[in-house]
Design a protein around this ligand. Structure first.
Ligand SMILES: C[S@@+](CC[C@H](N)C(=O)[O-])C[C@H]1O[C@@H](n2cnc3c(N)ncnc32)[C@H](O)[C@@H]1O
Length: 204
């Protein structure tokens, strides 16, 4: 049913940011899809469940100027802030559970790698979709990466719901049209493989 704040705080307290299974030195596939969706560096981008990912470093490095990272685990955000140093001030940091969050503005690009798939209950998924819908306007792009249909059944001691781009689009509903997709075989720090499915969806 998705982990609590204390679950994720424990994960980030127990392991360094490079020792978690989902660690990537660079979020290559995400960067490609974000740059396709938003060639304009003034586009507003939010990384939902961004954790301690270096995606934000690379977006700053590419000149994006309206950046937000949201995560349920404050300690993950603190790690990213410490890593970024003075560049941390270029980002809006939000410590919140996405299923209980009410956005106060909208973004052009919503990015989520490996968060929605932890929501295995319909009510939580509906709350996420309500936040996504409130945080975007028609023409915005949602980039959502989950474990693929042939990916792992759990992560971080939690069950996950696996998707293809098509089944994800179906779950997000008619307000989101599938416009792009990619697959990735992620190699964990200990060498095992995890198949991810990426979907780019345009808000109608
Ligand atoms: C598997 S990690 C992925 C982190 C990052 N997106 C990446 O690709 O490196 C999942 C992240 O989602 C966060 N998370 C889990 N449930 C969440 C929720 N309900 N609301 C916001 N963040 C959540 C966790 O704290 C964690 O940082």
């Amino acid at each position: 049913m998705g982990g609590s704040r204390s679950h994720w705080e424990d994960v980030y307290t127990a392991k360094s940011e490079t020792a978690v299974s989902w660690y990537q030195p660079h979020s290559v596939r995400s960067l490609e899809l974000i740059e396709q969706a938003a060639p304009d560096r003034g586009a507003a981008v939010i990384d939902v469940g961004g954790g301690a990912s270096t995606l934000i470093d690379d977006l700053i490095g590419r000149g994006f100027s309206d950046l937000t990272v949201l995560d349920i685990a404050p300690s993950a955000l603190e790690r990213s802030k410490a890593r970024l140093g003075k560049d941390a001030a270029k980002v809006v940091w939000i410590a919140s559970d996405i299923t209980r969050w009410t956005p106060t503005r909208t973004w052009d690009v919503w990015h989520d790698r490996a968060v929605f798939h932890f929501l295995t209950e319909k009510a939580q998924q509906d709350a996420y979709i309500a936040a996504l819908t409130a945080a975007t306007r028609p023409g915005a792009t949602a980039i959502v990466a989950t474990f693929a249909l042939d990916g792992p059944e759990n992560c971080s001691r939690l069950a996950v719901q696996r998707y293809s781009p098509e089944t994800l689009a179906c779950r997000l509903g008619p307000a989101f049209a599938l416009t792009g997709q990619a697959r990735e075989t992620h190699r964990t720090p200990w060498g095992s493989e995890q198949r991810f499915s990426y979907a780019a969806l345009r808000r109608r």
